[in-house]
Design a protein around this ligand. Structure first.
Ligand code: GSH
Length: 431
């Protein structure tokens, strides 16, 4: 019931705002009627048009567009989220990727993972997708992302840790126009585009002209991207005579065995991060309409999108992901999503044991993946709860310390300044 009230008030706010972004509004019923008359199922091709501010037709069509965006978006997204396993491409249903593939679920699976989970080996097969002579610190590196996407944060964390400066392009979760022209077949984020040994473009990054653009290395899927970044940087360090980080293992046969065991352990927890942790995060950050709206609030303050793009995606995303969270709970047989999340994190902490990181003295890929996923809920209610109720704090702080600040050149922090400050204070206090 409370959920319905939150959605109703959110919709009311949106319609009222749509009717009157700057000036006085037409009466709501007229706006709603206009909306009903103008509903189209596609948000993608809203014609660019700039009617004179303040004219009644401007207000009416604004309201109509916003409402059409919400309803049309919800239908599209609902379809995207609940249809077959070939789902996808209606993006606010983001981060709802079902586990699929083969192999046993990863370590510490505190929820049962139907279908065996993600086939990690597939993504970890190649580690040389970035040529050895590429200095990422001197290249033009761009991540195409959604701000609250856990998969995207994994990549940003790996870039930050390795001191690789990068640009961020925020992709609109419905239209995805930022990637659709050059990545027609893969419409998920993150995508990392590297222009080797090229000074970064000063303002807006240049997208590759096509997926096969020979001047760019285009990497897809967070696990593959993190794997290649970590392997590439380790090789570069080694070739300069430095130490290879993570993994553990000494010399000789015993050392080899130890390092094989460490690799297996790392792989197991990478798999767990997608099979278990991401699923639990999705269930938690969208568990009520209020928390679901909080997750999409970044859209409302993001300067890249128009008013309609913001509200259309915010409202439809809030609704659809709330429904997705409910269906995930059922599918994974989770009674209490918060308790399941605390339990899962505690299992990971237990596996880390007396080490600083799962990788030992330095983080390994599993540490990056897990930390990235948790970073995606920064400032959210869920993050505060996690710090207060699980044992993840010390490991999290160690990760924060070694990863350091962001190397993104153009990061747009979430929310208004006041909201960001409040979230930072709350997070610092809780941690
Ligand atoms: N296996 C992919 C999953 C990426 C993914 O599902 N990304 C979501 C955002 S959290 C997405 O782009 N969804 C849009 C869609 O499915 O169309 C990875 O690890 O990168």
């Amino acid at each position: 019931m409370r959920d319905i009230r939150v959605l109703a008030s959110s919709l009311r706010r949106s319609l009222a705002a749509a009717a009157s972004p700057h000036a006085s509004s037409p009466p709501l019923p007229a706006a709603a009627q206009a909306a009903a008359a103008n509903i189209t199922l596609s948000l993608r091709q809203a014609p660019p048009h700039t009617p004179t501010q303040g004219s009644p037709s401007h207000h009416q069509s604004n309201a109509a567009k916003a409402a059409a965006a919400v309803i049309g978006g919800s239908l599209l997204l609902g379809y995207g989220a609940f249809s077959s396993s070939k789902r996808p491409h209606y993006g606010v249903a983001h981060c709802a990727e079902s586990a699929g593939g083969s192999g046993a679920a990863g370590g510490g699976a505190s929820i049962s993972v139907p279908g065996g989970g993600v086939d990690v080996d597939k993504f970890l097969k190649e580690d040389d997708l970035i040529a050895a002579d590429v200095s990422l610190q001197d290249s033009d590196v761009t991540i195409y992302q959604f701000e609250s996407c856990p998969f995207c944060r994994k990549v940003r964390i790996a870039l930050d840790y390795h001191n690789i400066p990068y640009n961020v392009v925020e992709v609109h979760p419905l239209a995805k126009k930022e990637i659709s022209s050059w990545s027609p077949d893969y419409k998920k984020v993150p995508i990392l585009v590297i222009r080797p040994n090229t000074p970064p473009s000063a303002s807006s990054p240049v997208p590759p002209s096509s997926p096969d653009d020979p001047s760019a290395i285009v990497l897809k899927d967070s696990k593959r991207i993190v794997h290649n970044l970590v392997a590439h940087e380790a090789r570069r360090r080694e070739s300069k005579g430095g130490l290879r980080g993570g993994g553990g293992g000494g010399s000789g046969k015993a050392g080899q065995k130890e390092s094989e065991a460490a690799k297996e352990e790392e792989k197991k927890w990478i798999k767990w991060s997608d099979d278990v942790l991401v699923q639990l995060i999705v269930m938690n950050i969208y568990r009520s309409l209020k928390e679901s709206a909080e997750t999409f609030d970044y859209l409302l303050t993001h300067p890249s999108f128009s008013f309609f793009e913001k509200w259309g995606a915010h409202l439809s995303g809030t609704l659809v992901m709330w429904l997705v969270s409910k269906s995930r709970k059922k599918k994974y047989k989770v009674d209490n999503e918060r308790e399941a999340l605390y339990g899962a994190l505690n299992e990971f902490v237990e596996a880390v044991g007396r080490r600083t990181f799962l990788g030992g003295e330095t983080p390994n890929e599993a540490d990056f993946n897990i930390f990235g996923i948790l970073k995606s809920i920064e400032g959210f209610r869920c993050e505060q709860d996690v710090f207060q109720n699980s044992k993840i704090g010390p490991w999290y702080q160690s990760m924060q310390r070694v990863v350091g600040g962001t190397r993104a050149r153009n990061i747009i922090a979430r929310g208004t300044k006041e909201k960001q400050q409040a979230a930072q204070t709350a997070t610092a206090a809780a941690a």
